[in-house]
Design a protein around this ligand. Structure first.
Ligand code: ATP
Ligand code: MG
Length: 582
């Protein structure tokens, strides 16, 4: 912790919060479409989460990208729940996703959609494909179907059911819908090409029998569309112009185009058809972004729930004190590309710092308290010192900090035997109590075991900050403090990274062959420390989610869950500097 410089000023000059959008390959495509008039100036994107988990930092990238494009080009972005899988989907997730996207500051207006609302149309399109000879009911077992599919190097071969007549296919498909057959007995497949070098075009499945109720559609259906069939149709129904997804769908694009083209042939959709564009997903060091791993962290109690401030979920980020503006800044800074890469978590942390440096008022907190007694200050008296709420924004005014004979300072701000270069308190040395007086240390008190219990000092009555006398003293140390009589104790949680390794669970150099690591082994044992800190009186009235810089310590937020009126609990969002840099 530095002492003498203006530590309350973040050394990083704030970068422009909303820079003129840098170009990237997706913006280039949109610009080209604007120039050519392909969509008549229309930009319509969508964010299509499956409601089977909580949103995480990776989703924030996708949300900022999709909503950001719409914002930039005067278009709209839909929030669409891709709820085609009847299992694993729940209303709880729908609600949390709505809340998270709103929290990020985006607005879908009227455009809230559920894929399950299109089930009827999807079913009709499937029948159309059958009538057009572009789909058939296959009755091979799952195992046989796998064998018929071929491999990356070997062509597949036609199923004996591939030549069923249209009438037979229609009849079977309707009976599938009516619940006549058990799960897995029949499946509807697109008829494309079993010899295609792209395995995804070897007659992919488009409808399967699943006799389970759907969280919104109830038990109306016992056949459900496959994701790869449903998604392009959802896009086309909603008149999406640019359908942006992550790279793993690149090989699915030919089927996306095949399907929409077939349906346009049949007059079901007008051209131009939505264009699928893939980008590289966000990979971040020091976190895990897989739903499976996040669920494990919650279920096994490694964290305190989905909104644990250490979890890379968006509700966790919110409790941590991360800001929507910080996420947008981050999304802009990392950009989008086609190449998979890793982003260091410090980039995200720095984006949060930059925004908080601008937005957060300053306050004083003593996290590791040691008593300081001003022996020449009268007992029972006090006077008010003024501290600016924000060093760069005088319009935010000042607040009063009572100065008294007994104060709390940080334990590390006193050394009985100072090391070289130490400018804070040690016997004989002078330092400034920030926004208060210059004091000279005269010694300390100890208990029977030799532990320091109080620091003693005398203050210079003419040295008060903001008065002409203040300049008479040249001191290097500049300490923060809280009046023991007026400050108050409160719970503060010092959060840190959840994992101690950049790539949790990855093999390390020198690992024995066959050694299996689990990401759980890399959990940082110091990811949360709960302390009782001394806070300046002004903090007592902090509202839930109000954010502050605690001078010299970092950024903190009043916890939105555990804070009570007049008794806020604070979470550390991020330290003032990157303490992980080696
Ligand atoms: P699943 O494996 O269950 O599909 P998912 O993380 O892809 O998990 P979705 O609900 O399908 O979850 O994601 C919604 C959108 O967010 C998708 O368009 C997806 O591509 C995008 N997305 C998910 N993870 C990331 C990530 N790490 N970076 C960028 N975008 C992501
Ligand atoms: Mg997905």
């Amino acid at each position: 912790m530095a002492t003498s410089s203006e530590q309350h000023m973040n050394p990083n000059t704030p970068k422009d919060a909303a820079p003129a959008a840098a170009s990237n390959f997706i913006r280039n495509i949109v610009e080209e479409d604007m120039r050519s008039g392909k969509w008549n100036g229309r930009v319509e994107t969508r964010f299509p989460p499956e409601p089977n988990g909580y949103l995480h930092y990776g989703h924030a990238k996708s949300i900022c990208l999709n909503f950001g494009l719409a914002e930039q080009y005067g278009g709209v972005c839909h929030l669409r729940f891709d709820d085609t899988n009847p299992e694993k989907e729940e209303q709880e997730y729908v609600d949390s996703i709505v809340e998270a996207v709103q929290w990020l500051g985006y607005d879908w207006g009227q455009h809230l959609y559920f894929a399950s609302d299109y089930f009827e149309r999807m079913y009709e399109y499937a029948e159309y494909l059958i009538r057009a000879g572009k789909a058939y009911v296959d009755s091979l077992s799952a195992e046989e179907m796998r064998a018929y599919r071929g491999t990356l190097t070997e062509a597949g071969k036609d199923s004996p059911f591939r030549t069923r007549s249209v009438d037979e296919n229609l009849d079977l498909f309707r009976r599938m819908r009516d619940g006549e057959f058990p799960d897995g007995t029949h499946i509807l497949r697109a008829r494309i090409d079993m010899a295609s070098p792209n395995i995804n075009l070897r007659d992919p499945a488009i409808y399967r029998i699943r006799k389970v109720a759907h969280h919104r559609a109830g038990d109306k259906w016992c056949v459900y569309p496959m994701y790869t069939f449903a998604h392009p149709i959802e896009d086309a129904i909603e008149n999406i112009t640019h359908s942006i997804c992550t790279l793993e769908f690149e090989d699915q694009r030919p089927f996306y185009d095949w399907l929409l083209d077939a349906l346009a042939e049949g007059g079901h959709f007008a051209r131009p058809l939505p264009q699928q564009i893939e980008f590289a997903r966000l990979n971040l060091t020091y976190v895990v972004l897989s739903k499976r791993k996040l669920i494990q962290l919650v279920d096994e109690g490694h964290v305190a729930g989905w909104d644990d401030p250490r979890l890379p979920t968006l509700i966790g980020a919110r409790r941590r004190g991360y800001t929507p503006e910080g996420f947008r800044r981050f999304a802009e800074r990392i950009g989008v590309s086609k190449a998979d890469s890793w982003i260091d978590i410090s980039v995200l942390e720095e984006c949060m710092r930059e925004h908080l440096n601008e937005a957060a008022e300053r306050r004083v907190a003593v996290l590791d308290p040691l008593k300081l007694i001003i022996t020449n200050y009268p007992e029972g008296e006090s006077e008010l010192c003024q501290a600016p709420n924000h060093p760069l924004k005088p319009e935010l005014g000042k607040r009063d900090m009572p100065f008294t004979r007994e104060l709390w300072i940080e334990r590390e701000d006193f050394m009985e035997a100072p090391v070289k270069g130490y400018h804070r308190l040690y016997p004989g040395n002078m330092a400034r109590l920030r926004y208060g007086f210059v004091i000279q240390c005269t010694g300390c008190e100890k208990d029977a075991d030799g532990n320091i219990t109080a620091v003693l000092a005398e203050y210079m009555p003419d040295s008060r900050s903001g008065t002409p006398g203040a300049d008479n003293y040249k001191v290097k140390g500049n300490l923060h403090w809280v009046s023991a009589a007026h400050g108050y104790q409160a719970e503060v949680r010092l959060y840190d990274r959840l994992f101690a390794h950049p790539n949790p669970g990855a093999r390390r150099e020198g690992d024995a062959e066959g050694l299996e690591r689990s990401f759980l082994d890399d959990i940082n044992p110091d990811s949360m420390r709960v302390i009782q800190a001394w806070l300046e009186p002004a903090l007592k009235h902090a509202r839930a989610e109000e954010r502050f810089q605690f001078e010299r310590h970092g950024y903190f937020v009043a916890d939105r869950r555990d804070s009570r009126d007049g008794a806020p609990v604070f979470n550390r969002t991020v330290t003032l500097k990157d303490t992980w840099k080696k």
